[in-house]
Design a protein around this ligand. Structure first.
Ligand code: MG
Length: 247
């Protein structure tokens, strides 16, 4: 069963999402060539605490940082370090926060300086795939309509969707039911209802969809070393259609 949120819970989740959106906006503004991912991590924590929120990934199943910073061929769960970003890199920032027991989760991919046109396209298609998926997050659609729409959109543009990691329900905990794959056939799973809240998050690879995990036990990289992009929003299903909480 997919949890249905009460009006009060939705109100708090909206607050959580708004705080996260503000943090992401600030991070977007400061990320440039020469900054280290460690610095981004410290800033993410500082910004969250200033708004009475906590970074939700820190310590989650032992994750060692506040934010995931995944560069180039890294798909998800990149761990911040002292290495500095350079011209032509792309970086995916994935941040979850806990605001008074209400969780929200969002991700963006940014290019540093001038990036090649195919990589630029990868970022655009991933961002659009998220928008396409969100449009399906409406009452009386099936859960897998989101998955199917994302996959077909991405593959139509010659890229591939990651299978190993998926979107999820979210609310009073970071990961709730259901899992929301970015692939699948339509009209499967539960029928969507008002009050469901999802973290929808396409992870899109330029080459193969297959991933490997680095020796740190966390960071997923593409098997062929080609770049990967990631966008995510926390979205509530309402009577009036999908409402993005993290923007
Ligand atoms: Mg997530």
């Amino acid at each position: 069963m997919i949890p249905i949120k009460s009006k009060e819970d939705l109100k708090m989740l909206k607050k959580s999402g708004k705080i996260l959106a503000e943090i992401m906006q600030r991070l977007k503004e400061v990320i440039k060539v020469g900054i280290s991912t460690y610095k981004i991590d410290q800033l993410a924590e500082e910004l969250a605490r200033r708004k009475n929120a906590l970074p939700a990934f820190k310590g989650y199943r032992g994750f060692p940082a506040n934010i995931c910073t995944s560069i180039n061929e890294e798909v998800v769960h990149g761990i911040p370090n002292e290495k500095r970003l350079k011209e032509g890199d792309i970086i995916s920032l994935d941040l979850g926060i806990n605001y008074k027991g209400y969780f929200s989760d969002a991700a963006i991919t940014l290019g540093l300086g001038r990036i090649d046109s195919r990589t630029e396209k990868l970022i655009d298609i991933t961002r659009n795939a998220l928008s396409q998926g969100i449009k399906q997050a409406r009452i009386n659609n099936y859960l897998s309509d989101i998955s199917y729409t994302i996959q077909t959109y991405v593959e139509k543009h010659g890229f591939s969707v990651v299978r190993q990691f998926v979107g999820h329900g979210i609310g009073r905990s970071l990961h709730e039911n259901p899992e929301i794959p970015n692939f699948g056939i339509p009209h499967q799973g539960e029928i969507l209802k008002s009050g469901m809240v999802f973290a929808i998050e396409p992870m899109v690879n330029m080459g193969t969809w297959e991933c490997e995990i680095l020796e740190n036990g966390w960071t997923a990289v593409t098997k062929d070393g080609m770049p990967s992009a990631h966008f995510e929003h926390t979205v509530a299903i309402t009577d009036d259609g999908p409402e993005i909480l993290t923007c």
